[in-house]
Design a protein around this ligand. Structure first.
Ligand code: SAM
Length: 208
């Protein structure tokens, strides 16, 4: 599916805009990644960019994207978006009641499962995404790539969360710390299995 069609279908939807969507699309296409994984798909905007590239490659690749049950209630939800495309066979949406790390346990059990490309854009918290990284590090193929979105995101500055009771009650240290950056700098960059770099707020880690 070409980029222009994807941009038009996803126009105005939250989260991944056309600029970052294009990076996702080109990264998958140029590297001819097949097994892709996305942690946190929300409406499915970034998922459509990734799956659109898999459609272009057309070599049996699939994006497994995982969110929690709330993703069903989004307007539009990922199925509404998929109806406007021919990408259904390239996306396997998973609505995991207990979150993506619980579902990653299923993939971990399948010893043969490997991912070539993983986009991590979910919880943005140390414990959830730190553990997600540890699980994914064992299933990424050699030459495979992880991208961490929102390295500098914090609860305290999140427009949608900062005024909630939950965030107001958080310890200052917790809500002001960019937790994805902590995962990236303390776990990913120190892991000898990965070559790491940062660009435009994203953390990249390629499995050696
Ligand atoms: C920023 S949105 C994802 C945006 C999407 N990747 C895009 O760019 O279009 C983050 C999503 O992660 C999901 N999420 C957060 N923590 C999660 C968890 N532990 N398990 C599953 N989904 C989670 C939220 O429900 C939300 O839909």
């Amino acid at each position: 599916m070409n980029l222009e069609s994807i941009k038009s279908i996803t126009e105005g939807l939250p989260f991944t805009g056309p600029q970052k969507g294009t990076i996702l699309y080109n990264t998958v296409l140029e590297n001819r990644y097949e097994n892709c994984l996305e942690l946190g798909f929300a409406h499915g905007t970034s998922s459509i960019y990734i799956a659109g590239a898999l459609h272009e490659i057309n070599n049996g690749g699939v994006l497994t994207c995982i969110d929690n049950l709330s993703a069903h209630d989004r307007v539009p939800n990922i199925y509404n978006l998929l109806k406007k495309t021919e990408l259904s066979e390239f996306i396997d949406p998973v609505f995991s009641e207990l979150g993506y790390n619980w579902y990653l346990r299923n993939l971990t059990r399948k010893a043969e499962y490997t991912a070539d490309f993983v986009f991590i854009d979910g919880s943005h918290s140390w414990d959830v995404d730190g553990f997600a990284f540890l699980l994914i590090a064992n299933m990424i193929s050699s030459g495979g790539l992880l991208i961490f979105d929102d390295l500098d995101w914090t609860y305290a500055e999140s427009p949608s969360l900062k005024d909630t009771e939950k965030v107001r009650l958080m310890p200052n240290d917790y809500k002001n710390t960019p937790q994805v950056r902590e995962v990236f700098e303390l776990l990913v960059q120190r892991d000898d299995r990965f070559d790491c770099w940062e660009k435009d707020g994203w953390g990249y880690a390629r499995r050696i």
